[in-house]
Design a protein around this ligand. Structure first.
Ligand code: SAM
Length: 226
């Protein structure tokens, strides 16, 4: 249950300085959101690729969120130490995590059009039909994702569960503010590093690879408001 969670009353209450001290005077806000970030593999992989972009993971499990927080803190400290010969771009100052239920109050965290990318990597499948309403992609939630994602922004989804893949594709394609975008188009536009991270960087993605499971990728572009 999430009745103990603290939500900002409005996006301006989100404390950039505490999450990204190095950016406290930058005027920047998180632009990439990793929904259900788990142990944070994507955040860590993207951090050096986008050193000037603030990236935020959202995770509902307390211990897992704490793990990611500690992981980022440790990486930042290590990057600051003298014996790091080749510090990575951004030194992990640009990634952070919050505990929260992404199915509730997402617009409390992000302003309209604040995000340029939203990631749903290996979301919980909720196999049974009566549990489908618990899925992170649904018509109601898509309206919220469309609100926080700017026109031209991209939603990345990947799963090893074919039924969930088809479900996400169906709902995203039916939603008027998203259009499907092929992987090779994204590659040509220079999103190769992101796609690689989406497929291979997360703990769940690695587990699927170890078990030689399939990975179904689907990406969608946010269309302009009508
Ligand atoms: N994306 C990660 C990866 O690829 O390794 C984690 C995948 S794991 C199967 C799904 C994650 O989503 C879990 O860590 C779970 O706690 C989190 N989660 C589920 N529902 C959520 C919600 N409503 N809001 C935020 N996180 C959620």
């Amino acid at each position: 249950s999430d009745h103990m969670l603290q939500y900002p009353a409005q996006p301006s209450d989100f404390d950039v300085a505490s999450h990204y001290p190095a950016f406290k005077d930058s005027g920047k806000r998180p632009e990439f959101a990793d929904i259900g970030c788990g142990f944070g593999g994507l955040l860590i992989a993207l951090a050096p690729l986008f050193p000037d972009t603030l990236i935020l993971g959202m995770e509902i499990r307390v211990q897992v969120t704490q793990f990611v927080e500690d992981r980022i803190a440790a990486l930042r400290i290590k990057q600051k130490s003298e014996d790091v010969k080749d510090p990575v771009p951004g030194k992990y100052e640009n990634v952070s995590v919050i505990r929260g239920n992404a199915m509730k109050f997402l617009p409390n965290f992000f302003e309209k059009h604040q995000l340029s990318k939203i990631f749903f990597l290996f979301p919980d499948p909720h196999f049974k039909a009566r549990k489908h309403k618990a899925r992170i992609i649904s018509p109601t939630l898509l309206a919220e994702y469309a609100y926080v994602l700017r026109p031209g922004g991209i939603i990345y989804t990947i799963t090893d569960v074919k039924d969930l893949h088809e479900w996400m594709v169906k709902h995203l394609e039916e939603f008027p503010l998203f259009e499907s975008v092929d992987e090779d188009v994204l590659l040509r536009e220079g999103h190769g590093g992101i796609l690689e991270a989406v497929k291979t960087s997360t703990e769940e993605g690695k587990k699927v690879a170890r078990n030689e499971g399939s990975k179904y990728l689907a990406c969608f572009r946010r269309l302009p408001d009508p």
